[in-house]
Design a protein around this ligand. Structure first.
Ligand code: PLP
Length: 391
């Protein structure tokens, strides 16, 4: 079959979503408008208007006050801004969930401060009892407790009990940072109701352009500037704004919010994911995090003895794009620290992530399942010829 009659299937939205047409149009529009938002003349004012409209639209996606949105170069910088602000505010010991994204974990480690991992259970949910006990014996010499807990995990889609964690952190007068990069646009996110002191999101995970993100902060958080220069972003982040990226971000946020307001759409997509999962389970595959609430678009699945990188390559040859572990580390081919933290043992090297999005169809999920079974059949034929027919 030619590539044209059987086009490629993209099921790697958690790595980067397919750009929404509204976002692409908004990027192009901002480039045409031109102007520096700091300029007082007409072109500058036009650019400023785009940035401020996008700020309103991005704020609406996460129910945050518009004035608390700081645009950044992406989720990574937003996470770093939160961590480094907490450190500047006096945190000397950082509690980071064991499944945080590298941008949180490595920023914490690079700080040179003591870092402790908050464990997760086998379903991938953070251990709140551990957190509560750890905060109860907090040493005042360690300053303000800092806790990082993502809202939804990028590999498993498992949704974390953030509001419950926030209560514990608030009672300990600490700072809770929530990486909502994967959750935003996939489930309703209310940054204030969650109790986050800081919360990060990224445009390219919701159908906007890459290289732009945002941090929102609550009344208890004081942001410190990590990028000096002009007084942009109310002095919180120097540097001329990425106007086209920000305008695309705003358009994607609006489109994502409107999609979320149609629950049938979200539920329908989860049903395709679950139907695919059921078929893979019939071959002995394990759905990672199945016992926990998960993002509707994400399937993390592991088949014993079937290495993740082999699966990803076989699926790619069949025209189906998924990833092994976190996208940022796929290509490096290493065992997923997230799955390892969940105690999956050898299975941790066998987990692939399949993630759909706004443009995905039921046929895409079916193509994935068919291609997976074909790859699995060849794998079992190679490794256990007697069992080859079973798949
Ligand atoms: N946080 C999570 C949970 C992510 O999945 C990612 C990207 O994969 C990031 C942060 C980083 O975001 P960005 O790519 O915008 O820097």
């Amino acid at each position: 079959m030619t590539a044209n009659s059987n086009p490629r299937v993209y099921l790697d939205y958690n790595a980067t979503a397919v750009v929404r047409p509204e976002a692409a149009a908004a990027v192009a529009h901002a480039l045409e408008v031109g102007g520096n938002p700091s300029s007082v003349h007409a072109a500058g004012r036009a650019a400023r208007a785009l940035v401020e409209q996008a700020r309103t639209d991005v704020a609406a996606l996460i129910a945050a006050p518009t004035s608390t949105i700081v645009f950044t170069s992406g989720g990574t910088e937003a996470n770093a801004l939160a961590l480094e602000s907490a450190i500047a505010a006096g945190s000397k010991r950082l509690l980071i969930s064991a499944i945080e994204h590298d941008s949180v974990r490595e920023t914490a480690q690079a700080s040179g401060l003591a870092v402790e991992a908050i464990p997760v259970d086998r379903s991938g949910r953070v251990d709140l009892t551990w957190l509560s006990e750890r905060l109860a014996r907090w040493d005042a010499a360690d300053g303000k407790p800092f806790v990082a807990l993502m809202l939804a995990n990028n590999e498993t889609g498992v949704i974390q009990p953030v509001a419950e964690a926030a209560e514990l952190v608030r009672a300990a007068d600490g700072w809770l940072h929530v990486d909502a990069v994967q959750a935003a646009g996939k489930i309703a996110v209310d940054s204030r109701a969650l109790g986050a002191d800081t919360l990060s999101i990224s445009a390219h995970k919701i159908g906007g352009p890459q290289g732009v993100g945002a941090l929102t902060f609550g009344p208890r958080a004081v942001l410190s500037r990590r990028q000096h220069g002009g007084g942009q972003e109310r002095g919180r982040r120097g540097g001329t704004e990425n106007v086209s990226g920000i305008n695309g971000f705003g358009a994607a946020a609006t489109a994502a919010r409107e999609t979320l307001e149609q629950p049938v759409d979200v539920e329908g997509k989860a049903a395709w994911r679950d139907a695919a999962a059921a078929r893979l389970k019939s071959a002995g595959a394990v759905v990672v995090g199945e016992a926990a609430p998960r993002l509707p678009n994400t399937l993390c699945v592991a088949a014993p003895g079937f290495a993740a990188d082999t699966q990803v390559m076989a699926l790619d040859l069949a025209g189906v794009m998924v990833s092994a572990g976190a996208a940022c580390s796929s290509g490096k081919v290493k065992v997923s620290p997230v799955l390892a933290a969940m105690g999956l043992g050898d299975l941790a090297g066998c987990g692939i992530r399949v993630s759909g999005g706004w443009k995905s169809t039921e046929a895409d999920w079916n193509r994935f399942v068919d291609a997976w079974f074909e790859a699995y059949r060849r794998h079992t034929a190679r490794h256990a010829p007697a069992a080859a027919g079973a798949a």
